[in-house]
Design a protein around this ligand. Structure first.
Ligand SMILES: Cc1cc2nc3c(=O)[nH]c(=O)nc-3n(C[C@H](O)[C@H](O)[C@H](O)COP(=O)(O)OP(=O)(O)OC[C@H]3O[C@@H](n4cnc5c(N)ncnc54)[C@H](O)[C@@H]3O)c2cc1C
Length: 378
């Protein structure tokens, strides 16, 4: 890729992904939903495995991951989210798991038969994740017992395994957290679904003395915060790509609708107030896309200052997508708010990425920290 465009192979791959999403994945979402959303769509995740897309989560660079997420999101946000959640939940196992953990969990995760989840957030610890309080208390020499709560965990309580971040050293902040791979069938682990505006499966988890052992640790004891942060860093630019895909879908819909809708003796697009809004949507979407591609390509090249660039990409793309989807709703009028309309779906979908994996304000804090850490220009 140059700084300005994808190469022909990448462009062709994106088109192929959009076609797969429309022909193979969208029908599975419609079959699952039948008017109702929520609940893990296992046939959809298995299809992502059969198509080799889940394998790509573990073998692709950051840019390829972005192209995959953007292409799927443009056609089928549910498929995009199912894919991303397998990555978020299983990346810690891929990157930090023992041979035994990897051999046991990664093949079924790649095949879409095992559902993964990433359990970091708690009612009292969201943006300030280092304040997490779920206790891992020593249980003789055998291991630990986990006690506490996790909340807003995507794929909970239906996942087959959870990457759980727990406090092994009290009062040690980020330095006292350990990551554990916890199979869903461990005694004492329960959960409940949450009814959210965002249309993907999510819930709470309750740990009542759940036993975990040395073989369940991911990475090293008390070094789990690094497991969480490297996972989130890897996925950050691609959250922006998800947003770009949604923005493009909304822009495509707005273009088609304003070209077709009769109004005042012409078409809606003949009104300059309308066509200039569409031009603004397209310009901001393209700017967001370029920022995302640049951040991901920099990550792949191992350049310094990745944190700030990834934060800019996530911040700008998610805020842009909100603007573009909202404007597309406006240009469609009432029909966009009807349940089942693409824009009604995108309107619910687009809100959460400005909050999760680092809220917009947190991204600004990351960017500012990096800016002020540099030598001042004389
Ligand atoms: C749809 C969805 C899916 C999710 N999936 C998962 C998941 O799979 N796993 C998981 O662990 N968590 C998940 N989460 C939780 C998510 O990570 C948290 O919501 C997020 O970290 C923010 O935490 P909070 O909601 O507690 O908000 P708080 O941390 O209480 O923040 C509230 C607001 O305060 C402001 N704020 C916070 N910190 C700062 C700051 N430093 N500077 C300036 N302003 C600030 C921001 O406006 C922020 O939105 C999900 C959330 C949603 C909505």
């Amino acid at each position: 890729m140059t700084a300005f465009s994808l190469n022909p192979e990448q462009t062709a791959r994106c088109a192929q992904l959009r076609e797969l999403a429309a022909e193979r994945l969208r029908p599975l979402v419609e079959a699952h939903a039948k008017g109702e959303e929520g609940g893990v769509n296992r046939p959809l995740t298995e299809a992502l495995g059969e198509l080799g897309l889940l394998e790509g989560l573990f073998t692709s660079g950051a840019l390829d991951l972005c192209l995959m997420r953007e292409s799927l999101a443009r056609v089928c946000t549910e498929a995009e989210t199912a894919l991303a959640l397998q990555g978020l939940g299983a990346h810690p196992v891929h990157a930090y798991g023992s041979l035994e953990q990897r051999e046991h969990w990664l093949p079924p995760t790649r095949a879409g038969r095992a559902i993964a989840a990433f359990a970091l957030s708690e009612p009292g610890a969201g943006s300030d994740a280092a304040a997490l309080a779920l206790r891992a208390e020593p249980d003789g020499s055998a291991g630990w017992r986990l006690t506490g709560e996790k909340s807003w965990i995507s794929n909970a309580p239906e996942a087959d395994f959870y990457t759980v971040f727990a406090r092994t050293s009290p009062d040690a902040g980020a330095r006292g957290v350990t990551a554990f791979l916890v199979p869903a069938d461990r005694a004492g682990l329960t959960g409940a679904p949450l009814d959210m505006l965002s249309p993907h499966p999510i819930g709470t988890l309750a740990f009542d003395g759940v036993r975990v052992f040395a073989a369940d640790v991911l990475g090293d004891v008390d070094h789990g915060f690094r497991v969480a942060m490297t996972t989130l860093n890897r996925f950050r630019p691609s959250v922006g790509a998800f947003a770009v895909g949604m923005a493009q879908a909304a822009l495509d819909a707005a273009l088609a609708h304003t070209a077709d809708r009769d109004a005042f003796g012409g078409k809606l697009k003949d009104l300059q107030a309308v066509s200039h809004q569409v031009a603004e949507m397209a310009t901001r979407t393209e700017a967001a896309r370029l920022l995302v591609y640049a951040a991901a390509a920099a990550y792949d090249r191992g350049e310094p200052d990745i944190a700030g660039r990834a934060a800019m990409a996530k911040l700008f793309a998610t805020e842009t997508a909100q603007f573009v989807v909202d404007t597309a709703v406006q240009l469609h009028g009432a029909r966009a708010l009807q349940r089942g309309h693409l824009l009604e779906h995108l309107y619910r979908e687009v809100r959460a990425p400005r909050i999760y994996e680092g809220a917009s304000e947190v991204q600004r804090a990351v960017i500012a920290k990096e800016l002020y850490s540099k030598e001042p220009i004389a």
